[in-house]
Design a protein around this ligand. Structure first.
Ligand code: PLP
Length: 383
């Protein structure tokens, strides 16, 4: 909604600062583009194996071994059209009508909608800022029923940036040990965007006994700036992977052969550009968090990872805009920012938290500083 309205205003010639994007603002590294180019010239423009080329699945298995200490055979991996298709296929293949899927809130918007599409029931568990936006073991325990099929974890998280430590994951696994019917889908797409030297950890690494009921999801979109190439991948129990490949064969067939060639270069080629990007994002994060927390009525926790801040604007509720409208939700506040300051950010209701708003800092420091100025001006004008 906010994104659409922002585009409409931009089309009218307004200087909209848009902090809504969910993708890195730098181009795909040239060696990846070159590898895809060469692959096309070499004839890799045809159908591939439905679940991804053997070469890429081997590279995926090698990535999990190298970076996460996980041991998977190629038959236990799948390559899909983005991490989104991985999530979609896994839920479609496993969720029966009425099955419950635990979705910690705030959540990436697609999880509940895909659960609903599979006729499942999303079970939301509140993870407040005071708990670092992280699922607490006791809350997980309370949410589990005999119908629970999955717990969806996303770390670092979109929109909050929260990233679980190995100890926090192990504590959740301790609960899950008592509930063998519950599987874990862990969406690790922001793995490489984690700050302050926090080591990244994922469920099976932290709790190896969860291997038989965990799907570890990842992709090339965020770390390699390849959102348009549409390559995601996963590792998990072979029977689940087999079902997902079957669904893929009757829906999209293989992911793009050209995208796969690029992803192969991404996973097997130089990784040295990732750390400077991480440092750049961390600097931008600090700029945004500092700016927001200097504004009375806004409270912004420091995100551990990803490229989003998720700040509360609850301190402004009850204040009035110069036009006489009372701010009662983040929908009101974000609409006010767009209409009065030409600044587009996303309302927290999209992520299940109507007191907060999301800023993407995947844009230049200059634009971010300008955004800080506009938010401060908007708040200063409130009565
Ligand atoms: N998972 C999360 C948490 C995301 O934020 C996104 C994209 O915004 C995706 C998955 C989708 O990734 P992909 O481009 O690989 O489909």
């Amino acid at each position: 909604m906010a994104g659409q309205r922002a585009r409409a205003l931009k089309a009218q010639g307004r200087d909209i600062v848009s902090l809504t994007t969910g993708e890195p603002d730098f181009p795909t590294p040239p060696h990846i583009i070159e590898a895809a180019h060469q692959a096309m010239l070499a004839g890799q423009t045809r159908y591939t194996d439905v679940g991804g080329t053997m070469q890429l699945r081997e590279a995926v298995a090698a990535k999990f071994r190298r970076e996460n200490g996980l041991d998977y055979r190629t038959e236990e991996t799948i390559v899909s059209t983005g991490a989104k298709q991985v999530v979609f296929s896994a839920l479609m293949c496993t969720v029966q009508a009425g099955d419950e899927v635990i979705v910690p809130t705030p959540y990436w918007v697609s999880y509940p909608d895909i659960v609903l599409l599979a006729e499942g029931k999303p079970v939301f568990v509140d993870c407040p800022a005071a708990a670092g936006f992280k699922l607490q073991p006791a809350d997980l325990e309370r949410a589990i029923t005999p119908r629970t099929k999955w717990l969806v974890l996303n770390s670092p998280n979109n929109p909050s940036g929260a990233a679980y430590t190995a100890a926090e994951l192990a504590a959740l696994a301790e609960v899950l040990a008592r509930h063998p019917q519950v599987w874990v889908m862990t969406d690790d797409i922001y793995e490489h965007l984690i700050y302050d030297d926090q080591p990244f950890s994922t469920m099976v690494q932290a709790a190896p006994f969860m291997r038989d009921r965990t799907l570890t999801v990842n992709g090339t979109s965020k770390a390699y700036a390849m959102t348009g190439w549409r390559i995601g991948y996963a590792a998990g129990p072979q029977a689940l992977i087999k079902a997902m490949v079957k669904l893929q064969s009757q829906s999209t067939s293989n992911p793009s052969s050209v995208g796969q060639a690029g992803a192969l270069a991404a996973l097997t080629g130089p990784q040295d550009f990732i750390a400077p990007h991480r440092q750049l994002f961390q600097r931008r994060r600090d700029l945004v968090v500092g700016g927001l927390n200097a504004i009375e009525g806004i409270a912004c926790p420091v995100p551990n990872g990803a490229f989003y801040t998720f700040a509360s604007c609850q301190g402004l509720f009850g204040r009035r805009t110069p036009e006489g409208k009372t701010i009662a939700s983040s929908d009101d506040f974000t609409e006010y920012l767009l209409e009065s300051q030409d600044l587009a950010v996303l309302q927290g209701s999209a992520y299940g938290v109507p007191t907060h708003f999301r800023i993407s800092f995947a844009t230049s420091e200059e634009r971010l500083a300008e955004a800080n100025r506009r938010i401060a001006a908007a708040v200063a004008a409130l009565g």
